[in-house]
Design a protein around this ligand. Structure first.
Ligand code: 5AD
Ligand code: SF4
Length: 479
């Protein structure tokens, strides 16, 4: 049976989750995972369209497979996800040896489409309707969510999982391609979400991260007209035994309500970590981006967070060099970062995307070298803030959910039990310490001895394993 699968995933958490689903589905159809495209009969790329760079990486990876495909025409090559939805037939034109193109709304069709290709029926494409290609309900249905049974072996760690509560986006920020690639915003039903969360908890999951493009705008109205919002969903998820941490990304500033903040404050399992992209500190830019709020609105939201959840860690995204951004606009962004003192920020250079309002109407007029300089400048400001923020923890103990060997240990390789381990605090701060692979999945108390802008470096001081405390020697730790 030629069912060896290699899958590569780029982009956001939604894509990581989509790949988990696709792999779980294909495993049920007899596929096994292999570690390189060379060893595979089927090679799939799950792609991202948010910036041009991400797409170019995929086209270049595809280019590398051209010769392999000439030598092994029986190998199946597929492109999934946002770039598949956005580029559609263009992918076949740019890489004629590709056999399969599948949008994010059609992932459940993959086993059937692969079977058709292998039966000699030629190239297959399955994508959703465009935002103007039908009636609202038709378009919505063509972006149906794909959340079949979950397979713990497919997750990076068995004790953490993503759970999609919302698909698509209706905010139409002028720079963003997501409303086109992932379609209209739709909240999944609370019953489905709760079933999936219970299943995950039964599988040993202790941390669930709820996913949505604007997750705090989540709403679902049932047949009787009853509407559920994120706060009510969190209350119900909080009751599930076994779950210890609930996170949710990404938030939309305007929907960070007092009700939601109070819910997070009152539910100890909810992480006091809020990723709320500001995108810019200039009102003129926010208007051109059609973000739907002003800098004053954003600062008011920060005050609400500070008042209700003073211990919260807030992080943000920024786009520099968006259409018409002047030096003054940019300096206002620098001021916003200094004022808000984010835990961390992801900073991107504006990348024009076909199909967006900005690409249609606004010239991409900030030169590349200016974008690069602004990117570095903002990053340097944020780094200083992150460093000072992390240094507050030196000398303190933090509770960490251990995820596994740190990036450094993964690079060094080796399979002995002792290595540098990595975990995260409830506020999403990354912590590394010398430990033991067997600690993955445990909640440990780590004494912080040093801090960088991105990482807390510490030592284990007590090991919580259920009610009893285990001595360090017992689990083979350096003491
Ligand atoms: N160019 C650069 N960055 C973008 N983002 C979204 N669209 C673009 C674009 N066209 C950024 C935003 C968003 C993050 C996921 O990606 O900051 O919050
Ligand atoms: Fe894109 Fe704006 Fe929707 Fe975020 S809120 S996915 S930036 S359109």
């Amino acid at each position: 049976m030629n069912k060896r699968l290699y899958i590569e995933t780029v982009g956001c958490q939604m894509n990581v989750l989509d790949s988990e689903m696709v792999v779980a589905d294909l495993k049920r159809h007899g596929y096994e995972i292999v570690g390189s495209p060379k060893l595979a009969d089927t090679v799939l790329f799950n792609t991202c369209s948010v910036r041009e760079h991400a797409e170019e990486k995929i086209y270049s990876a595809l280019g590398k497979l051209r010769q392999t495909k000439e030598r092994h025409p029986e190998k199946t090559i597929g492109v999934l996800g946002c770039m598949a939805q956005k580029d559609q037939q263009i992918i076949f034109q740019r890489a004629p040896f590709v056999d399969l193109v599948v949008g994010p709304g059609q992932l459940q069709q993959i086993p059937g489409l692969l079977a058709k290709i292998q039966a000699g029926q030629g190239r297959q494409i399955a994508v959703s309707l465009g935002r103007k290609q039908g009636a609202q309900e038709q378009i919505r249905r063509s972006h149906e969510t794909f959340d079949p049974l979950r397979d713990p072996s497919m997750r990076p760690t068995p004790f953490q999982a993503y759970l999609r509560i919302q698909i698509g986006c209706d905010k139409f920020c002028t720079y963003c391609v997501v409303p086109m690639t992932r379609g209209p915003e739709q909240g999944r039903s609370p019953a489905q979400i709760l079933d999936e969360a219970r299943l995950l908890a039964d599988q040993g999951c202790v941390e669930i991260t709820l996913l949505g493009q604007t997750v705090n705008s989540y709403r679902h109205t049932d047949a009787s007209g009853k509407t559920t919002r994120l706060s009510q969903l969190l209350e119900r998820l909080h009751e599930i035994e076994g779950l210890r941490r609930l996170k949710f990304v990404t938030n939309y500033p305007k929907d960070m309500t007092v009700e939601l903040l109070r819910t997070i404050r009152d539910l100890p399992k909810c992480s006091p970590y809020l990723h709320v992209p500001a995108q810019s500190g200039s009102d003129a830019q926010l208007k051109a981006m059609r973000r739907g709020y002003t800098v004053a609105d954003y600062l008011e939201m920060m005050e609400r967070i500070e008042r209700i959840l003073p211990q919260a860690a807030v992080s943000s995204d920024f786009i520099v060099g968006f259409c018409g951004e002047t030096e003054e606009d940019f300096q206002q962004t620098v001021q916003l970062v200094k004022r808000c003192r984010f835990k961390n920020s992801f900073i991107f250079k504006y990348s024009q995307r076909a199909g967006t309002k900005a690409a249609e109407r606004l010239p991409d007029d900030v030169p590349e070298d200016v974008k690069t300089r602004r990117n570095h400048e903002l990053l340097a400001v944020q780094d200083q803030i992150s460093l000072a923020d992390n240094q507050r923890f030196v000398g303190q103990a933090v509770e960490v959910l251990v995820e596994g060997p740190s990036k450094k240990s993964q690079k060094i390789g080796g399979d002995g039990p002792l290595c540098q381990m990595m975990g995260r605090t409830h506020c999403d701060r990354i912590v590394v310490f010398d430990g033991n692979r067997r600690q993955a999945g445990q909640f440990l108390s780590i004494h912080v001895i040093e801090a960088t802008a991105t990482t807390l470096i510490g030592r284990v001081h007590t090991v919580h394993q259920g009610p009893e405390v285990v001595s360090l020697q017992e689990i083979g730790l350096p003491t």
